[in-house]
Design a protein around this ligand. Structure first.
Ligand SMILES: *[C@@H]1O[C@H](CO)[C@@H](O)[C@H](O)[C@H]1NC(C)=O
Ligand SMILES: *[C@@H]1O[C@H](CO)[C@@H](O)[C@H](O)[C@H]1NC(C)=O
Ligand SMILES: *[C@@H]1O[C@H](CO)[C@@H](O)[C@H](O)[C@H]1NC(C)=O
Ligand SMILES: *[C@@H]1O[C@H](CO)[C@@H](O)[C@H](O)[C@H]1NC(C)=O
Ligand SMILES: *[C@@H]1O[C@H](CO)[C@@H](O)[C@H](O)[C@H]1NC(C)=O
Ligand SMILES: *[C@@H]1O[C@H](CO)[C@@H](O)[C@H](O)[C@H]1NC(C)=O
Ligand SMILES: *[C@@H]1O[C@H](CO)[C@@H](O)[C@H](O)[C@H]1NC(C)=O
Ligand SMILES: [Zn+2]
Length: 439
């Protein structure tokens, strides 16, 4: 068993803090089953109680917990101004590499917090949610060295979880599985801003949409993010060397251009969750020998860190009323970049929009009042996005009492009909607010 003894320089501030141990038992490069995974996460949580929070967001069909470890300076709850990031792995139970990459990543963040300035800043400015396995039941029946089969891919009820989400482009009538429901509830609870989910069987970073050939309004940002991940992973960037797939130019692809996916998690995050997500295919073999894991960690280490930092690109802030009170459900639109479901502020009146440097025309709407402003965004060099608050100087009414779902799940259907339903819902919601206001 390896012990990683931390250097004197790192140990001094830790001792000074008085809560962290001298050394951390290093995770070895092997696969960890559900029981071991739970033990490891509980161990991390008890060794680093001030910067971690461990919770289960639900249970698999066979009753296994869906564990999420949160790493952050304020891990227990959202803090205004600190964006929420997530990584999810192993939704296909037999695609096992991402599961171990995420465990290694957690250890890396915890060990380097307070000793590496960049990691300290990242953990201070970001709340990072890490779910090593979304399909623990599938993992348990998968076979080591099985590179190609679909044994273990599905959940215990035989459903592919990456085909099980509501889909705005095409109706999905498959019964929602417990693992999917848990993730949907999680996405609707936290205001996630950026995310990635890990797969195996190819080497490529794939970006939305997965189920439409139309170009998403944030295409520039999506491509930039996928390429940033790929660029920091030489094997992926050079097109991968998987014998059964075509090489991808620069290691990236639009999802639908590769093949269409109905009910995928990536589109759900982007369209219904206001969270940009990309899909990372990180190994040609779905469940390769454990001896290859160290190599996979080395190949992906810079990418997983650099990708997280991108949550601080663009702009963030709050929409406030004439008394400085945050307005929930305000629509924050950017001219030429309107999303299928309008982007809305969360319950703290916050918005977080990932944007490349440039000048954008913002149109912030509360009930029937709009603020239109041109804003120039520069490249952020300090792991904290530019902050800009929109103040409504006149009376706007009070939409804070409306429900918070950005674009109701029952509205899933064709995109044009969805937009219509969104508008009707907005109208009804507005009437409700006016009615509440008269009470
Ligand atoms: C890795 O650690 C586990 C649990 O501590 C142990 O059972 C296993 O033998 C170790 N594997 C290697 C290759 O060291
Ligand atoms: C921290 O990040 C900066 C900017 O990306 C980089 O130049 C520097 O080498 C990093 N420091 C460490 C210790 O990784
Ligand atoms: C701003 O958004 C509102 C509501 O969607 C719309 O009515 C208005 O025309 C928009 N204004 C501009 C300048 O785009
Ligand atoms: C819209 O604005 C007008 C005037 O600015 C105001 O009289 C009216 O009550 C507003 N309607 C709603 C639905 O807020
Ligand atoms: C924003 O910039 C555009 C292009 O320069 C200009 O036409 C428009 O009037 C500006 N809008 C505002 C609200 O300043
Ligand atoms: C970080 O950079 C952004 C964008 O350049 C800037 O608006 C913000 O004020 C900076 N924050 C700090 C704490 O320096
Ligand atoms: C989508 O559109 C097609 C034709 O335009 C229609 O037949 C179908 O019922 C629509 N689906 C949903 C879920 O609205
Ligand atoms: Zn997969």
């Amino acid at each position: 068993m390896m012990l990683r003894i931390m250097g004197v320089t790192a140990a001094v501030p830790l001792v000074w803090l008085g809560v962290l141990p001298f050394y951390v038992q290093s995770l070895n490069f092997s696969y960890h089953n559900s029981g071991q995974l739970e033990t490891i996460l509980k161990d991390f949580n008890s060794k680093y109680p001030t910067i971690t929070h461990l919770h289960s967001i639900g249970k698999s069909v066979e009753g296994r917990d869906l564990w999420v470890l949160i790493v952050g300076k304020y891990p227990n709850k959202h803090t205004v101004g600190i964006p929420e990031f997530k990584y999810v792995a192993n939704m296909h139970g037999n695609e096992a590499v991402g599961r171990e990459i995420l465990l290694q990543l957690i250890e890396y963040l915890l060990i380097n917090y307070q000793s590496d300035a960049n990691i300290t800043q990242l953990v201070t400015n970001t709340r990072i949610h890490i779910m090593p396995s979304m399909n623990p039941d599938g993992f348990e029946i998968s076979f080591l060295s099985d590179c190609y089969s679909s044994n273990g891919r599905f959940n215990k009820n035989g459903f592919d979880l990456n085909r099980n989400f509501p889909d705005v482009f095409e109706e999905n009538t498959d019964p929602t599985q417990p693992e999917t429901q848990a993730v949907m509830d999680w996405i609707q609870t936290e205001s996630f801003v950026l995310s990635a989910n890990f797969h195996g069987g190819a080497m490529v970073a794939s970006y939305p949409y997965d189920n439409s050939y139309t170009t998403p309004p944030d295409n520039d940002v999506l491509k930039y993010l996928a390429e940033l991940y790929s660029k920091n992973n030489n094997k992926m960037y050079s097109g991968g060397d998987c014998s059964d797939t075509i090489g991808f130019s620069n290691g990236i692809t639009n999802g639908a251009a590769w093949y269409k996916v109905r009910g995928g998690m990536q589109d759900y995050n982007y369209i219904y969750g206001q969270c940009i997500e990309i899909t990372l295919e990180v190994s040609c073999c779905k469940y390769p020998e454990a001896s290859t894991l160290q190599g996979f960690w080395n190949d992906n280490k810079v990418s997983v860190i650099e990708y997280m930092k991108q949550i601080h690109m663009g702009i963030k802030g709050q929409v406030l009323d004439m008394h400085g009170i945050p307005i929930q459900n305000a629509i924050v639109d950017i001219q030429g970049r309107q999303r299928i479901c309008p982007y809305r502020t969360n319950k703290n009146g916050e918005y977080y929009l990932l944007l490349l440097p440039g000048t954008y025309t913002f149109n912030v709407t509360v009930l029937n009042k709009s603020l239109v402003q041109n804003i120039t965004i520069q490249k952020s060099l300090n792991l904290s996005a530019m902050t800009y608050n929109f103040h409504f100087g006149e009376k706007t009414g009070n939409p804070t009492q409306t429900t918070s779902e950005p674009c109701s799940l029952h509205e899933a259907g064709n995109s044009s009909s969805t937009i219509q339903v969104c508008l009707v819902t907005l109208f009804l919601r507005t009437l409700l607010v006016l009615w509440l206001h008269t009470l």
